[in-house]
Design a protein around this ligand. Structure first.
Ligand code: GLV
Ligand code: MN
Ligand code: MN
Length: 461
């Protein structure tokens, strides 16, 4: 028999078969839904999560569209149009969460949720700017994780004694102006109006950019946070190193954050003809800078420890294959948990630079462009984070941070703690930077629980 289109043969057998198939299908669908809900609601130890992992993932994916690069990751430099657009998106999320949003004179964004008592603020957040060709997780996890905590508190109709504030700090990375942790540095009172005249590659000053953020640069110091205004500062962040990933530990409890000192150096030689100038009559600034780079590495490696040193770029001028470079600009960056180690290494580096200058007939001058002191986490805040993680069924490890963070600057004003989640293969500041959504959700749940524990425990005023 020829069947017309859409005709279904009818028999007792096929009806029964269809009914069974429909029920089976519904069963599979229900099981899948249960699995998804469970994956979202439960931390690996089986404890339920208060935060909504899928909602958080959705906002992080949306934020990754601002400054997305074809090779993956983002370029969203602090003080750029791309970052301004991302800031608008993040402020809309804060408003949707019912937060009272304000921007301070340094461009830092705050979203406030009132408390039930007259107490100092519990502050938590991170940054949404990136390095050039950076990843999608550095700063963003702690920023949008903080907003997710606020949404979860709203969902659960949870009130707190302390007012809570989410903060998105301005220009944490700093490549655009050479100043890392700029917004938090101003808030902590370690940076002031002296930074306003600093120019970017296009000749625009920091003051010009603050005006674009709707701020009056002459009021920069209004962004200082008064001592006593904060009960504590917390920051959730990806580890950016391999320790948690390689040891399969879910949460890092940060003991302290390295200090960083950065210099801009200029080696001046003499630009001359690359074909006619004999090898023994050259003042090659790039040859000298190359020796200087290796000297930095030698000095840092000369003693045991976790100290690091980097020359991140070299700009040779005039920059032509047939001209001996007459001028080279390069930064030197040294980091360690101990400020005295940084100073000692710098002494040695300078001696080596002086020796190179003599050998190569050039002159090298360096000026400090960024100086961030090491910061220790507060032991009782560390305990709170550890307990919060354990209550969620998550494993923990204590560890130092080799990256600088805004929370370090604010630790000059209030007890500080940081929560780390694993970074795949320890990669960061690169498009391959990745943390699983489960790890991101774990860290955010620990932030949620830590805030509530601090709110209960803190004996302020
Ligand atoms: C910021 O990520 C830094 O450590 O440079
Ligand atoms: Mn960061
Ligand atoms: Mn970073």
């Amino acid at each position: 028999m020829k069947m017309s289109q859409g005709f279904q043969p009818s028999s007792i057998f096929s009806n029964t078969f269809r009914t069974v198939a429909v029920w089976l299908g519904l069963g599979v669908l229900a099981a899948a839904l249960l699995w998804v809900t469970d994956a979202q609601a439960a931390a690996p130890g089986g404890q339920s999560r208060h935060i909504n992992a899928l909602r958080l993932q959705g906002t992080l994916e949306k934020l990754s569209e601002f400054g997305r690069n074809p090779e993956g990751g983002v370029t969203r430099l602090g003080f750029s149009q791309t970052e301004m657009d991302a800031r608008t998106y993040v402020m809309s999320l804060m408003k949707d969460a019912g937060l009272e949003v304000r921007v301070d004179a340094a461009g830092n964004i705050f979203g406030r949720r009132a408390g039930t008592a007259q107490l100092p603020t519990l502050l938590f957040g991170s940054h949404i700017d990136s390095v050039p060709h950076g990843g999608n997780f550095d700063g963003t996890v702690g920023s949008l994780g903080a907003i997710e905590v606020m949404r979860a508190l709203n969902d659960g109709h949870v009130t707190t004694r302390h007012p809570l504030e989410v903060v998105i700090w301005t220009n944490e990375e700093g490549p655009h102006f050479g100043i890392s942790a700029l917004g938090s540095g101003v808030a902590a009172g370690v940076l002031g109006p002296e930074i306003l005249d600093r120019k970017d590659e296009e000749g625009l000053t920091l003051a010009d950019w603050l005006r674009r953020y709707g701020q009056d640069p002459s009021h920069l110091t209004d962004a200082r946070i008064l001592r006593g205004a904060l009960a504590a500062i917390l920051e959730l962040h990806i580890e950016q190193g391999p320790q948690l990933y390689e040891t399969k530990v879910q949460i890092g409890v940060v003991q302290g954050i390295v200090g960083l000192k950065r210099w801009k150096c200029v080696a001046t030689g003499f630009a001359n003809h690359a074909g006619t100038t004999p090898m023994n009559r050259r003042k090659d600034a790039l040859a000298a800078a190359a020796k200087d780079l290796l000297a930095v590495r030698d000095v840092v490696r000369a003693e045991p420890g976790r100290q690091v040193g980097t020359v991140g770029y070299m700009k040779a001028e005039p920059g032509a294959p047939n001209v001996i470079p007459g001028r080279v600009e390069f930064p030197v960056e040294l980091r360690d948990l101990d400020a005295a180690t940084i100073e000692r290494m710098w002494e040695h580096v300078q001696q080596r630079f002086a020796q190179t200058d003599k050998e190569e007939g050039v002159e090298t001058r360096c000026a400090v462009i960024n100086d961030i002191a090491p910061a220790l986490s507060d032991p009782s805040v560390q305990s709170v984070i550890r307990e919060a993680a354990r209550s969620a069924g998550l494993s923990t490890a204590d560890m130092p941070s080799g990256a600088v963070h805004d929370a370090g600057e604010i630790s000059r004003l209030a007890p500080m703690g940081m929560i780390f989640v694993p970074s795949r293969d320890g990669i960061s500041h690169a498009p391959q930077e990745f943390s699983t959504w489960d790890d991101v959700a774990n860290g955010t749940e620990v932030l949620y629980r830590s805030i509530l524990k601090l709110d209960k425990q803190m004996n302020t005023r």
